[in-house]
Write a protein of this length. Structure first.
Length: 280
């Protein structure tokens, strides 16, 4: 059995109206990626996405480039480092505002269902947002369970329900909201990876990373607020998480439940704030 440290970044690329020009946000995004070196990027509101990906990959060596594993116009996208994956398949569902991809990690027995989400806008009433989130939970669970039962392509299937990684801008605080959803999260089998929002986002905590099934034995969350006062090119906290994945390489062991092998799985969630770029 071996370990793989999987690094995940979530970010809303659009930024607040009238603050932070697109070029400034794009440059800051690339600097964040260079700093934390994620393997998977879950994007909400992928504004100027094509140019952003082109610029991100401009000086990267083969294998280190990011490829688009899933994309939903105006709402969400999944980027994955090229040398990480053996197989990928973008999935289309009736669920709105989400980008979903099945990703088989290269050289391992692990397949993930990775989803980036952009929740309904602030103007939408809370019950509608909660309902949309609950429907998303059900859809992802269903796909994960079907894959575990052997449905889908021959290249990416496994016996146990595959692990779901879900992240993005939910446009409301799914941890609070008078218990409307927080009690349901556990009942759906999901775990919210907790973190402390930055000072500017304490009352506007809307960005989250979740996993299904609940990953056992993760360590206490470490929160990192970066060097300086955040540059207001983004109106959300970009989140960075590190997940230790336990896997087997022996094909004869691939039928064993991977969740039973993950008792020491962990995640470390960090807040990576945008910073004022130094003038050269």
């Amino acid at each position: 059995m071996a370990d793989l440290n999987l690094k995940i970044l979530t970010i809303n690329l659009k930024g607040p109206s009238g603050i932070g020009k697109p070029d400034k946000r794009r440059t800051t995004f690339i600097e964040i990626v260079e700093d934390v070196k994620p393997d998977i990027i879950l994007v909400s509101e992928p504004s100027g996405f094509k140019k952003t990906v082109t610029d991100l990959n401009k000086d990267r060596e083969s294998g280190q480039k990011f490829i688009t594993a899933a994309f939903t116009k105006n709402h969400a996208a999944v980027l994955v480092k090229e040398n990480l994956i053996q197989d990928k398949k973008e999935l289309e569902t009736e669920t709105e505002r989400v980008a979903i991809s099945k990703i088989k990690l290269k050289g391992t027995s692990k397949t993930f269902l990775v989803a980036a989400y952009h929740g309904k806008y602030t103007s939408v009433k809370k019950p509608a947002k909660v309902k949309a989130t609950q429907e998303l939970f059900e859809v992802l669970k269903s796909i994960a369970s079907d894959a575990g039962n052997g449905s889908g392509t021959s290249q990416i299937k496994q016996q146990a329900p595959m692990t779901v990684l879900l992240g993005g801008d939910f446009n409301y605080n799914i941890e609070k909201d008078e218990g409307v959803l927080v009690d349901d999260i556990a009942s759906y089998g999901y775990a919210v990876w907790p973190y402390q929002a930055s000072e500017r986002r304490k009352r506007l905590k809307k960005d989250f990373i979740l996993s299904y099934p609940t990953l056992a034995g993760y360590e206490e969350v470490t929160v990192l607020l970066d060097k300086t006062t955040p540059y207001k090119c983004y109106d959300h906290d970009p989140l960075f998480a590190s997940l230790t994945v336990h896997y087997v390489t022996d094909p004869n062991e691939e039928q064993q439940d991977p969740t039973e092998k993950s008792q020491k799985s962990r995640h470390v969630l960090c807040v990576q704030d945008c910073m004022e770029l130094e003038e050269k």
